[in-house]
Design a protein around this ligand. Sequence first.
Ligand SMILES: Cc1cc2nc3c(=O)[nH]c(=O)nc-3n(C[C@H](O)[C@H](O)[C@H](O)COP(=O)(O)OP(=O)(O)OC[C@H]3O[C@@H](n4cnc5c(N)ncnc54)[C@H](O)[C@@H]3O)c2cc1C
Length: 453
Amino acid sequence: MEKKLSDQSIDELRRSLTGTIILPVDAEYDKARRGFNALIDRRPAVIARCVGSEDIAAAFDFAWSHDLEVAVRGGGHNPAGHCVSDGGLVIDLSQMRTVEVDAEARTARSQGGATWLDFDSATQAHGLVTPGGVVVSTGVVGLSLGGGIGHLTAQYGLTCDHIIDAEIVTPDGEVFHANADENPELLWGLRGGGGNFGVVTRLEFRLHPLEQVIGGRLVYRGAGVREALLRYRDVVERSPRDLSCQVSLGIDESLVPVLEIDPCYTGPDADPEALRKLRSVPGLIQDEVRKLPFLEQQRVIDTAYGEKRHYWKGHFVRELPDELLDELLNRISVLGRPPGGIMIESLHGAPKDTDGPPGAVGFRDATFNVSVLAVWQDPALDAEQIAWAREGAAAIEPWSFSGGGYVNYMQADEPIERVRAAFGNETFDRLQKLKQKYDPHNILHRNQNIPPF
Ligand SMILES: Cc1cc2nc3c(=O)[nH]c(=O)nc-3n(C[C@H](O)[C@H](O)[C@H](O)COP(=O)(O)OP(=O)(O)OC[C@H]3O[C@@H](n4cnc5c(N)ncnc54)[C@H](O)[C@@H]3O)c2cc1C
């Protein structure tokens, strides 16, 4: 239902912001309210395009005094569509996208609305990287707050492990800094606990030198797909730290299985053994693996924004036995048409380092993240596609690491027990204490929510 604000209230908000507002009558409204997932079609009362912490504090204040639900928008990628709410106020950070690099200190400061394209372009200008997401339109902060898995996970660890400093605005308008000396508990919570504590205006990251990788994609079709899946599992289980690797299993229009493997190798070999092993599996129909600049590697997995309907569900798993891979091969073809895909991300290598920075993230000891990604266009298929993803996730559950999924991929209908399981009881209780301190009224609840009580 559309909530109508009085002209006087709108003027009041406009005057209180340096940034701009977008209303349902404005031409930009439809574009501004849409996120990555076309399944989400919500109509906020007002979108506040904030340009700094004072704007964010003013937007919180306005939402409080007009009883408006608050949503926070970074890159708009969250599959749950948490960045927009019906009749509410959106704190839209799309005008806050500056990324500053200190090449000597090997650090970068990203504003709260920057995307990975903004970030990687700025850091690669100095031959530096932090491990981020694989689709460049994803928000840096949204991804980092939930953990962050990508093309450099094995080499350097999770994105959230690289956060060294943060600035947030809490719903009562206060500004807090978090780093090793100031509010270290908040820093711990921001490393995995999601957007529960405030709007992040700035995150600072550690960087590593890297310009070139051996990356791209390998595509297999037909009978060789099963063997390619087994080979993938066996290669990454040996934990090569210089090879990150994720795969996507699907079927084509002729209902033949197809597997895409996306390796990213950063070691010294020109022809690494692990890649030779992957390439030698029969059924390889496309080999685009080659030396390429990191920015090009970040374009290997690209996906249209706002066009398709998405419903994702999955589990971190303890292991990836043949039985589970056979179950995934079975699940991908049960609908008798391409339903989307099943993605497997490996967590070998650096995420397991025990001397890494402490954080709330709850999945680093799992072996793989297995996600059933229903992707479709026709609204008439909604129920069937959603059921397919849910049944697929249920089939993976016997191998689940904790019963919880990846908070960054969760839909809005996940019960609180699954969010709790994603962290484990002890961490969840500790996050609740942080929530009591920074957002005791749970104003920020459009997220994978940690309720204060
Ligand atoms: C196509 C696609 C590819 C993806 N690839 C990866 C990947 O490679 N690796 C990975 O780990 N994840 C990946 N994700 C998941 C993604 O990291 C999460 O969905 C993340 O929440 C998206 O952040 P966003 O800012 O783009 O989204 P939004 O929908 O704008 O924001 C999502 C939520 O993040 C929080 N948030 C965002 N910005 C701020 C801020 N500045 N302050 C406080 N809270 C904030 C809010 O709670 C908000 O509701 C992908 C998702 C999609 C759809």
